[in-house]
Design a protein. Structure first.
Length: 324
């Protein structure tokens, strides 16, 4: 190896290391800038006066969460995943709203999580397969599969959150309607009854309390009752709330008894909930077949038939059992 070629090789290796070091340093600096970006001192002091809880050490947690939110909501992180049309944007916001995420940056954060999950799945899956199977075509295909599965993990988590939220609304709505019936029959209006339900059910049914509290806030802002009730059913995606909103709008329009409408709706929801419980109980016998056949029957078969099989083997093959 000539000295000139060796010097060129050393310089190229040094340039490569310096380039890697510079890229890592720039990335770390960018992350620190995002995480350290905070509000001015005056605004933070005003927030401390408005919310005294931030003086006890919650300010650091809030600052970290804000920095992480800014990092996930970075437009460049999910630029290629952004919806192209207004219809797709509306569908994404509606899907996030069903799960309870209605912030302005909810869509950007969700798409950023999908992008991070894609890169994480590619790195972890690719690295694991590279060290186990080497750089082969099969490992590359498995790496792409791992990245694709990781890409849809936020979708699955969002679906479970939406299902849990809707189930909470469905199972707690009859009790909320009973409380509303009591409030209306006691002389309160529908707005005051919703406010009372929101205040009384904060500890038992948090989701319903939040939804009714949002309705009260919209009514205080000056929106009409029909629009607020219609949006209550639309933003949750629960059919029973949609039916309740339609009944209340109809009762308000024709001047019929609101208490009677609420009582009828509550009774129908209780009947439906009891029917669902009976349906699940009827399906239990069918669902128990699989664990019985797979796990329990083989053990019972061995216990019952095992001694007889051993005796038959000893009688048929005495040489194997040590007999003469």
């Amino acid at each position: 190896m000539t000295p000139i070629f060796a010097a060129a090789l050393i310089s190229s290796d040094l340039m490569t290391k310096l380039a890697i070091f510079g890229a890592v340093a720039c990335g770390a600096w960018w992350l620190l800038e995002i995480l350290a970006a905070g509000k001015p001192r005056a605004e933070r002091r005003l927030e401390e006066f408005r919310e005294p809880s931030t003086r006890r050490g919650d300010a650091r947690v809030t600052k970290r969460s804000q920095g992480m939110t800014k990092l996930l909501a970075t437009p460049g992180l999910s630029r290629h995943l952004q919806p192209k049309t207004e219809e797709e944007v509306g569908k994404l916001r509606l899907k996030l709203g069903y799960a309870g995420f209605r912030g302005e940056t909810a869509a950007s954060i969700f798409l950023g999580l999908k992008a991070i999950a894609l890169v994480t799945g590619f790195i972890i899956g690719g690295g694991t397969l590279y060290f186990t199977k080497g750089a082969t075509t099969e490992s590359a295909m498995y790496t792409v599969g791992c990245a694709g599965i990781a890409f849809f993990v936020p979708e699955v988590v969002l679906w479970f959150l939406k299902k849990s939220r809707q189930d909470s609304i469905f199972f707690g709505l009859p009790d909320a309607l009973d409380l509303m019936v009591v409030c209306v029959e006691a002389g309160l209006g529908l707005d005051q009854a919703m406010r009372k339900v929101s205040d009384e059910m904060k500890k038992t049914y948090v989701v319903i309390a939040e939804e009714f509290g949002l309705c009260n806030l919209q009514l205080q802002m000056g929106r009409s009752r029909n629009e607020v009730l219609h949006e209550l059913g639309a933003r949750t995606g629960v059919d029973d709330l949609k039916a309740l909103a339609a009944i209340l709008i109809q009762a308000d329009k024709f001047g019929s008894s609101v208490a009677q409408a609420l009582r009828v709706q509550s009774d129908s929801m209780r009947v439906r909930r009891r029917q669902l419980a009976e349906e699940k109980a009827a399906k239990t016998a069918v669902k128990l077949i699989f664990p019985l056949v797979i796990f329990i029957f083989p053990a019972i078969f061995i216990v019952l038939v095992g001694p007889a099989a051993i005796t038959m083997i000893n009688e048929m093959f005495p040489a194997m059992s040590g007999g003469k």
